[in-house]
Design a protein around this ligand. Structure first.
Ligand SMILES: [Zn+2]
Length: 265
């Protein structure tokens, strides 16, 4: 019997009652037994919600899923308002910075999670791409943009953990993405420092990633759990790059986001 992915299995679960009904069978199970294992879809505020500027160009959508979900911090202050309007302001200012200062086509990351726990779509076409199981080429992890999706976690997490609401939103978002892309959280969830030479997403948030992977695995019904200790994901570290990515202590500068081998910016 060929291996069946969790997603295909779930889909077959949802189809079964309809198939039985179509063939005159008695539908004994009203709710698919696997339905409880599907993680909740987070509320994602769209670009029109936060009043994004139009991108310079349409993002490229690759006909495949990413294999890594990269957790970043924004290297911004852990203070100030954390309401919805502040979250929208954050997305607008990151976009302005990425387009005007860095000269990119649009905001770099695919998703942003505010300190208040609000989730915003980032680069254009990101949300429909996830729903279609595809990957929007972003600008967030140098030389790894063609296979990774980036999440910016507002704040600086070198000595503090994100607030509970923000961690909860990040967990929900990651669970939804792992489900949509059929990814094992223990392999897929990485920190920016696993890919580039950078302190991002901060020592405290980075040290929290094993717990985050476990929490996401639980929301997926235990998939990926059962290992004694998840090995730290190791991909080839890329070298430092010249330019804005090396400027320290500036908001929004959390490490190399675009490298010579990337197709996008
Ligand atoms: Zn980063």
């Amino acid at each position: 019997m060929p291996a069946v992915s969790r997603r295909a299995f779930l889909r077959s679960g949802f189809l079964l009652p309809a198939l039985l009904a179509a063939h005159g069978g008695i539908v004994a199970v009203a709710t698919p037994v696997w339905a409880g294992n599907r993680p909740r879809r987070p509320r994602v505020y769209t670009r029109s919600d936060w009043e994004a500027e139009p991108p310079r160009s349409k993002a490229e959508v690759l006909d495949r899923a990413p294999d890594r979900l990269v957790v970043h911090h924004t290297a911004t202050a852990n203070t100030g308002p954390a309401d919805l309007e502040a979250a929208f302001r954050l997305s607008r200012s990151i976009q302005r910075y990425h387009m005007r200062r860095n000269g990119w086509e649009d905001i770099g990351e695919q998703f942003t999670v505010s300190r208040g726990g609000y989730v915003m779509e980032g680069r254009n076409r990101s949300l429909p791409a996830v729903e279609a199981g595809r990957h929007v080429l972003g600008a967030q992890a140098a030389d790894h943009n063609d296979h990774t999706l980036g999440i910016e976690t507002e704040g600086t997490y070198t000595s503090l953990l994100p607030p509970a609401r923000q961690l909860s939103a990040l967990t929900t978002l990651l669970a939804w993405l792992c489900d949509a892309y059929d990814l094992d959280p223990h392999e897929a969830i990485v920190g920016h420092r696993d890919l580039n030479r950078t302190a991002c997403p901060g020592d405290r948030l980075y040290a929290y990633l094993p717990r985050l992977r476990d929490d996401v695995a639980r929301r997926l019904g235990g998939r990926g759990s059962g290992r004694d200790e998840p090995p730290p994901p190791r991909l080839a570290l890329t070298d430092d790059y010249e330019g804005v990515a090396l400027i320290r202590d500036l908001p929004y500068e959390h490490g190399p986001a675009v490298g010579p081998h990337d197709l996008s910016r």
